[in-house]
Write a protein that binds this ligand. Structure first.
Ligand code: HEM
Ligand code: NAG
Ligand code: NAG
Length: 339
């Protein structure tokens, strides 16, 4: 039978076992919050089964009208998720105590696609009032945009709710700037639970869409403050960029982030980087400032399938950044304002 020794020994075993069993739960009670364990693709299966196809049809129409819209919608989801989580905070206009994130440095004169989101939201409100969040619409639109541009597809976990406020300072500080150092950008990703693999794969979004002259001018004329262009920028490419991005003026002139296949979602972005033809400093430093990211750039340049697979995984991970779930937040009626 049990002696008191073996009894206390059993207790020790049991408590050790319990500790180990509890560990994943402890970390998940932190991580369900961080990584959105509550989201699942069938969230609207009964409450609004048509929601995903409504999003898809309006995104398809918008992208058919203007190819760049795919890029703009993909970027909106990113700029949403990096500020207070994927909660549609980026969509709020200024009013009352709310200062819109649309005014931040990364978004001002740059973030676009808001009218497309409005059109989707009003179509979905007609079909199922007060049911589908603006944050989920952004996540679905980002996936559909990627697919329409020729990129990979993935199941979008759903069930996010919308914030009752925004954060201008969060938008200014948490979203990486194109002239941030490699370390700063990686830190900004890590603060959101993303790693260097996610950072390199998601930067592959720059295979589509545009950047303004003001986002990379520094590289063309005075990268480090010594009056010289960025040494890691291909000289002929730099010369051609200077023709439409002068030392002063032309701030809003647009350039393709991927000059070779500007509207196609493919791995040419990584091949450009290997040729020192990344447009933004933040693109080129993926090759020049870290061994780990250099290896990833080479792998994705070599193997489009590998890039697609990782991109899809990292998009799901990004989409799971601190969502509002359950009874937190709200389902906005109009994505531009709180209820
Ligand atoms: C790694 C850090 C990143 C930096 C520093 C960065 C920076 C930028 C900048 C400066 C632009 C051009 C803005 C302009 O001049 O108007 C841009 C465009 C874009 N970014 Fe990023 N980005 C980053 C990561 C991402 C991620 C993670 C995504 C999506 C998952 C993304 C998607 C896009 C897209 C699609 C565009 C083109 C938008 C359009 O044409 O409307 N970027 N990015
Ligand atoms: C980055 O660009 C911003 C905006 O153009 C500028 O104010 C800042 O000085 C630049 N930072 C560095 C480190 O060059
Ligand atoms: C380059 O930038 C530095 C520091 O920002 C500045 O002092 C210098 O005048 C600039 N040089 C040129 C040629 O613009």
């Amino acid at each position: 039978m049990f002696s008191s020794y073996s009894l206390s020994f059993s207790f020790t075993i049991i408590s050790v076992l319990l500790t180990f069993l509890a560990l994943p739960f402890c970390s998940s009670s932190k991580n369900t919050y961080d990584y959105g364990g509550y989201l699942y693709p069938q969230f609207y299966e009964h409450s609004c089964p048509k929601a995903p196809e409504i999003v898809n049809s309006i995104v398809a129409k918008a992208v058919a009208k203007e190819a760049r819209m795919a890029a703009s919608l993909l970027r909106l989801h990113f700029h949403d998720c990096f500020v207070k989580g994927c909660d549609a905070s980026i969509l709020l206009d200024s009013s009352g105590s709310i200062v819109s994130e649309k005014r931040s440095n990364p978004n001002r004169n740059s973030a676009r696609g808001f009218e497309v989101i409005d059109e989707i939201k009003s179509a979905i409100e007609k079909e199922c009032p007060h049911t589908v969040s603006c944050a989920d619409i952004l996540a679905l639109a980002a996936r559909d945009s990627t697919v329409l541009a020729g990129g990979p597809s993935w199941d979008v976990p759903l069930g996010r709710r919308d914030s009752r406020g925004g954060s201008l300072s969060g938008s200014n500080n948490n979203i990486p700037a194109p002239n941030n150092t490699f370390q700063t950008i990686l830190t900004k990703f890590k603060l959101k639970g993303l790693n260097v693999v996610d950072m390199v794969a998601l930067s592959g979004s720059h295979t589509i869409g545009n950047a303004r002259c003001t986002s990379f001018r520094q590289r063309l004329y005075n990268q480090t403050g010594n009056g010289q262009p960025d040494y890691s920028l291909h000289q002929g490419f730099a010369a051609s960029l200077r023709t439409r991005c002068p030392k002063s003026g032309g701030d809003q002139n647009l350039f393709s982030l991927d000059a070779i296949t500007p509207q196609k979602f493919d791995n040419l972005y990584f091949k450009n980087i290997l040729a020192y033809k990344g447009l933004l400093s933040s693109d080129q430093i993926l090759l020049t400032k870290s061994e780990a990211s250099m290896e990833l750039v080479k792998q994705y340049a070599e193997n489009n399938g590998l890039f697609f697979e990782q991109f899809a995984k990292s998009m799901v991970k990004m989409g799971n950044i601190t969502p509002l779930t359950g009874s937190r937040g709200e389902i906005r009626t109009n994505c531009r304002s709180v209820n």
